[in-house]
Design a protein. Structure first.
Length: 201
């Protein structure tokens, strides 16, 4: 199965689909059996501030949704996605190629974004090899891994953006302080006015 965009074929593997992102013609390859992006990725892409000419890295990029959205929503110069699961990284690469975006790998970044696994590895985990379990649980990558590498890869005065669950906020603040990433702005996301927040950025 294949899609078509501006004369370029989208390479789709069995079970994959091409989704319209409703943003200036951008489309994304997804596989519902693996992990499709959710509203949290869209919230994070709206929350992030990237200045003209800056370089951004998305840790745990999955199918590449956040860098692809940011490439259209901001005036950043280069966007790089890093993904630990080879199949998801390949899917992201094909989406980048299909959308005519450039692949670039600088050593340091002005901005780092991440929509990491929210759950601790053994919390409700059933199949640690399953792509959805890896995306939701800290199986291959922990909060410490993300913060440590972000501290190493950020330029001086670089900015770090993350979306996570409020139940881990105390732990997040303590670990950010340990890795010398100082929180400047916090935004809670509420499903309804009279309900507890379900996400925090």
């Amino acid at each position: 199965m294949s899609g078509q965009k501006k004369g370029k074929e989208a390479v789709l593997f069995p079970g994959e689909r091409l989704d319209d992102l409703q943003l200036n013609g951008l489309e994304l390859i997804q596989d519902p059996k693996k992990f499709c992006f959710g509203v949290d990725a869209v919230f994070l892409s709206d929350f992030v501030k990237i200045k003209a000419g800056e370089r951004a890295l998305d840790l745990g990029t999955g199918n590449g949704i956040i860098p692809i959205l940011l490439s259209e929503k901001t005036q950043g110069r280069h966007f790089t996605g890093l993904e630990i699961q080879p199949e998801m990284a390949e899917m992201a690469r094909r989406s980048v190629d299909y959308n005519g975006l450039e692949i670039f790998k600088p050593a340091f970044f002005d901005v780092i974004t991440t929509n990491p696994p929210y759950m601790i590895a053994d919390h409700g985990l059933r199949n640690p090899a399953d792509a959805k379990a890896i995306a939701r649980h800290e199986v291959l990558c922990s909060l410490d891994d993300i913060l440590r590498e972000s501290m190493r890869l950020l330029q001086d005065k670089g900015r770090f953006y993350m979306i996570h669950r409020p139940f881990r906020l105390t732990e997040i603040m303590i670990k950010m302080n340990y890795y010398k990433i100082e929180p400047k702005r916090i935004q809670f996301i509420y499903p309804y006015l009279n309900k507890e927040p379900t996400m925090v950025m």
